[in-house]
Design a protein around this ligand. Structure first.
Ligand code: FE2
Ligand code: FE2
Length: 481
């Protein structure tokens, strides 16, 4: 790729009139080579030359915002697209409620806004780094394509946040944009900012759990930033949400197809007891109790992303009109929350109790509750798959006190049912609740790549429909292109 003569006006699909915005265009031109270096170092390992059937966002028209075509990932057109400006939009909450939404950063909230943009921006490249080895063990070309789609879109989300930094935050924005390319998931000296984004994603079930649980946290964060009184941030996040939906689709259908395959194999072999792990595993599928353990792990890691249940930062961001609640505008209350309360689950005198807290400081808890409800609906859809097969087993979300590193429960241990345990009992039980080294080894043993079009690994069912309505044997990735 000719980096010097790239025509950036053509190269970056955008609806922000970049051609006319010389300063920002120049800043992005300066940032692009470092981004490509990062992509080549930390993006999908071993597939940079492959032709991948990808969708590219080319407009924000809800009826046709993306086009599909074969692309080499380093040549993907990472664009900058903001949802259309809403005429006369007002700040929808906090102490500026009803004032016109800001088109520029309000000076007094500059530091707070920059921090929120940087934290969001940091998660985007982190997940690409976490997933970079997975292409080599893809259970099918269909799944491989979905992985790469998620990866290039997380790259685009990084572009979206970097655009905001360059456009609205001057020199310190530029420095932050460079730092986003310097930190690395799991690094000792320059780790990513949030815990879950420094964990390994060692296998495809982890990837599906990550896109189900952690991308869904992303959805909740984007939904609350989409409410922001700072209009460019709101518009950016609204468009990112259209892409995010596909990431969660990948997670949900990935877990669902794994469960489906396990149940089918059990029924075909006449295995009635889901706890007969050795027999189920001998069928070349992942037993349901291990799927439950993976779910326990990823849900608890994702809960930590919501921060402390009681938080003055969250209250300040809401008061300032910077970060709202999930679907703020459809909530029927005063949108100021100065005198209301919200029940928070806390650890008090050795017990787990619901305690009323001022609603403003309890905003993280509230967003987390919305998240939990969203997750629970997905779990019910998984249980329907199990039920339909006739297998007797139910998956469930673990208690919020289970396996936490952040917030009220970080210093205690609890079972997935929410019963408190002392350290010795936890150590004894841990491998019954979370994936053990042996579970990891077993899953790893199933991760054999399948690259023949229309074929799938032993442990996962084919999807019901193809991407972009392509037939079952479509060659989603031309590996040796
Ligand atoms: Fe993202
Ligand atoms: Fe995502």
């Amino acid at each position: 790729m000719d980096l010097i003569n790239v025509d950036y006006r053509e190269k970056i699909p955008n609806n922000v009139n970049l051609t006319e915005d010389r300063r920002v265009l120049k800043a992005l031109e300066g940032w692009h080579p470092g981004y490509l270096d990062w992509w080549k170092d930390m993006g999908p390992d071993g597939f940079q030359e492959a032709l991948v059937y990808l969708r590219t966002a080319v407009s924000v028209d809800p009826k046709g915002w993306a086009k599909f075509d074969y692309v080499r990932m380093p040549e993907y057109r990472w664009g900058i697209l903001l949802a259309p400006q809403e005429e006369g939009r007002k700040v929808p909450f906090g102490k500026h409620l009803g004032e016109p939404a800001w088109q520029e950063v309000p000076g007094e909230y500059r530091a707070m806004l920059r921090r929120l943009v940087v934290i969001q921006g940091d998660t985007e490249p982190a997940s690409v780094e976490q997933q970079r080895h997975l292409g080599k063990t893809a259970p099918s070309l269909y799944d491989m394509r979905n992985l790469f789609q998620v990866n290039v879109e997380e790259g685009r989300h990084l572009w979206a946040m970097v655009y905001i930094l360059h456009k609205y935050f001057g020199r310190d924005g530029r420095e932050e944009a460079d730092e986003l390319l310097r930190r690395r998931s799991g690094s000792d000296d320059a780790p990513r900012m949030l815990g879950a984004f420094n964990e390994a994603t060692p296998d495809w079930l982890s990837f599906f759990m990550f896109t189900f649980f952690t991308d869904r946290d992303g959805k909740m964060q984007l939904e609350s930033l989409a409410q922001s009184g700072f209009d460019p941030l709101s518009r950016t996040c609204r468009f990112m949400l259209t892409e995010e939906a596909h990431h969660m689709f990948v997670g949900e259908t990935g877990i669902g197809r794994t469960i489906q395959r396990t149940c089918e194999a059990m029924v075909a072999a006449g295995v009635e007891d889901p706890a007969d792990i050795a027999r189920v595993r001998s069928l070349g599928v992942i037993d349901l109790p291990t799927i439950q353990k993976k779910l326990n792990l990823h849900y608890s890691l994702s809960l930590d992303l919501f921060g402390s249940e009681v938080s003055t930062n969250a209250a300040n961001a809401f008061n300032a009109g910077i970060k709202g609640r999930f679907r703020e505008t459809s909530i029927d209350d005063d949108h100021r929350l100065e005198s209301s309360t919200y029940p928070v689950l806390k650890y008090v005198d050795g017990e787990i109790k619901l305690v009323d807290e001022p609603a403003l400081t309890a905003l993280n808890m509230r967003l987390r509750d919305d998240y939990t409800r969203d997750c629970a609906k997905g779990i019910e859809r998984f249980n329907k798959i199990v039920e339909r097969s006739g297998v007797k087993f139910r998956l469930a979300l673990p208690h919020v006190a289970f396996h936490r590193q952040i917030g009220e429960f970080k210093d205690v241990e609890a079972t997935p049912a929410g019963v408190l345990l002392d350290a010795a009992a936890w150590a004894k039980q841990r491998d019954n609740y979370l994936p053990s080294a042996a579970d990891g080894d077993f899953i790893a043993s199933l991760m054999k790549p399948v690259s023949e079009p229309g074929k799938f690994a032993s442990w996962i069912s084919p999807p019901k429909v193809g991407i972009d309505n392509r037939p079952g044997d479509f060659e989603y990735v031309m590996i040796a292109a």
